[in-house]
Design a protein around this ligand. Structure first.
Ligand code: IMP
Length: 191
């Protein structure tokens, strides 16, 4: 089975391919000749995952999956959510995004939050969604230098460390993306 992963992140492709049985081959956007920016203008995380997967299936005719992730903060009614990448502006800078979020929560007593990843899979004419959630809280200051994005200010439930203080393996075992990917893989193994 050949399946396109609608991402330009080679690291994500390697990670998923590594977890799959050899009978399922992940194909990159590059190798199907898709070099344009795929639109992700929906107003929900689910909507963006679906938009990206549908773009590839409809325009190129391939079975495909795509992921989208956001950080949802309880005290901010789920913001930044679908706007996580450019919360502090189009420069898409992680430090700016984290500073804005820490400012927004400076007077908050509730610092609970969750990362949510949705994977949309188009397979044999049907669509399937897989959701992974990691609950935790937003710290008072940045700590750690692993990972990316909001990792230095997110402390997963049950841990005294931020995502940015965990190894890739430790984070992957409990993370939103790890959980959604595991569901996708378990589903694909039944195909
Ligand atoms: P994407 O949909 O995977 O591109 O994620 C959108 C944005 O959410 C990223 O630009 C990051 O700011 C944030 N984000 C996604 N996943 C993570 C994560 O695992 N840790 C921290 N921030 C993340």
């Amino acid at each position: 089975m050949k399946l396109v992963f609608a991402t330009n992140n080679k690291h994500k492709i390697e990670e998923v391919q590594h977890m799959l049985p050899a009978s399922i081959e992940i194909v990159s956007l590059e190798s199907i000749g898709c070099f344009e920016d795929i639109p992700e203008t929906a107003d929900t995380i689910e909507g963006n995952a679906i938009m990206k997967a549908n773009y590839v299936t409809q325009k190129y005719g391939y079975d495909c999956f795509a992921d989208d992730t956001g950080l949802e903060v309880d005290a901010l009614n789920g913001e930044p959510g679908v706007f996580s990448a450019h919360y502090a502006g189009e420069q898409r800078n992680s430090d700016d995004n984290m500073n804005k979020l820490l400012d927004a929560l400076s007077a908050a007593s509730d610092r609970n939050a969750q990362f949510k990843t949705v994977i949309a899979l188009n397979l044999n004419g049907k669509q399937h969604l897989f959701t992974g959630i990691a609950r935790g809280e937003i710290t008072i200051e940045k700590t750690g230098n692993q990972g990316f994005g909001y990792d230095p200010i997110f402390k997963p439930q049950g841990f005294e460390l931020t995502f940015a203080q965990l190894s890739l393996e430790e984070k992957g075992a409990i993370s939103h993306r790890g959980k959604a990917t595991e569901q996708l893989i378990n589903f694909l193994k039944t195909k």
